[in-house]
Design a protein around this ligand. Structure first.
Ligand code: C2E
Ligand code: CA
Ligand code: CA
Ligand code: CA
Length: 277
């Protein structure tokens, strides 16, 4: 038993070392990525299925390595978050997003833009001031900006969260609860947060129309959002059956591969959609 315990220990410590090394490697590469401007934003259209028009975009972070590999955000955001590098990267995202909005506006496209916030960014006391400064410098209209915050970020110190949400709202931006349904918020809980929109997580959408449980959950979220006067958006919509289910349940705003993958700015400018303005 002793020998086995020892082996187990070795096994774990080797594993932990490997994980720690991997983290350190990514951390160093992230610092370099910031210095060398290796980040870029992709934009996924948000569609109104009543007329298939683009009402806005969600900005999604990409890391383009010097060897031309594109690293998906879930591979590096956790490290960026735990090292605090996300605050710097997050500020760059807001700058870049606001500049995008201004460019779209000068093309005559009065679209909205959803920006994902990380936990650290959201909890930063300076965030409202940073956002305000960037909007003023870029001329981006706050009415066109939506910040996406996950349910889990609202847990814990809810008073601090509500305070931060109110400060952001005062700037004129909108707020959205991302990955809705995956956390633990109850109705009464939700009512306390000054938010404008709920985004139904892809995990509830992906098995429509095969999973009747998921269909019940999605229908319930949509009904609840309507009762609370919140806009509701479904993410991860990939099939026409899913579009039809959402339409039947009066959820008209969707994102997903069925309409478009996230695109680089040049690609989306070539898209031939009718734009609401
Ligand atoms: P999220 O905010 O829930 O974003 C939706 C993810 O689903 C994106 O993955 C998007 O590319 C993907 N997606 C969209 N439509 C479909 C579809 O029809 N099918 C499938 N299978 N996937 C679809 P992505 O870009 O890899 O981002 C993953 C997560 O990384 C995001 O989840 C978000 O939590 C985080 N993230 C992305 N960009 C940023 C950012 O700028 N800042 C922060 N803090 N987090 C970000
Ligand atoms: Ca999101
Ligand atoms: Ca999601
Ligand atoms: Ca998310």
């Amino acid at each position: 038993a002793k020998a086995r315990g020892k082996n187990t220990f070795h096994f774990f410590s080797a594993d932990l070392n490997e994980a720690a090394n991997e983290r350190l490697l990514i951390e160093n590469q992230l610092r370099e990525a910031i210095r060398e401007h290796q980040f870029l934003l992709y934009y996924q259209p948000k569609i109104d299925i009543r007329d298939n028009s683009i009402i806005g975009y969600e900005t999604l972070l990409r890391w383009l390595r010097p060897d031309n590999t594109l690293v998906p955000p879930l591979r590096f955001i956790p490290v960026a978050e735990s090292t605090g590098l996300i605050v710097q990267i997050g500020e760059w995202i807001i700058w870049e997003a606001c500049r995008f909005l201004s460019r779209q506006h000068s093309r005559g496209h009065n679209v909205s833009l959803s920006i994902n916030l990380s936990v650290r960014q959201f909890r930063d006391d300076n965030l409202p001031e940073i956002v305000d400064r960037i909007m003023k410098r870029t001329g981006a209209n706050p009415a066109n900006i939506i910040f996406e915050i996950t349910e889990s970020m609202l847990m814990g110190d809810t008073d601090a969260a509500i305070n931060q949400l109110n400060q952001l709202k005062r700037l004129g931006v909108s707020l959205s609860i991302d990955d809705f349904g995956t956390g633990y918020s109850s109705l009464s809980y939700l009512k306390r947060f000054p938010v404008d929109e709920l985004k139904i997580d892809r995990s509830f959408v992906k098995d429509i129309p095969d999973d009747s449980n998921d269909m019940d959950i999605v229908a319930a979220i949509i009904a609840m959002a309507q009762k609370m006067n919140l806009r509701v958006v479904a993410e991860g919509v990939e099939t026409v059956e899913q579009v039809e289910f959402l339409r039947k349940n009066a959820c008209y705003y969707v994102q997903g591969y069925y309409f478009s993958m996230p695109l680089a700015e040049q690609e989306l400018n070539r898209l031939n959609y009718v734009i609401n303005s």
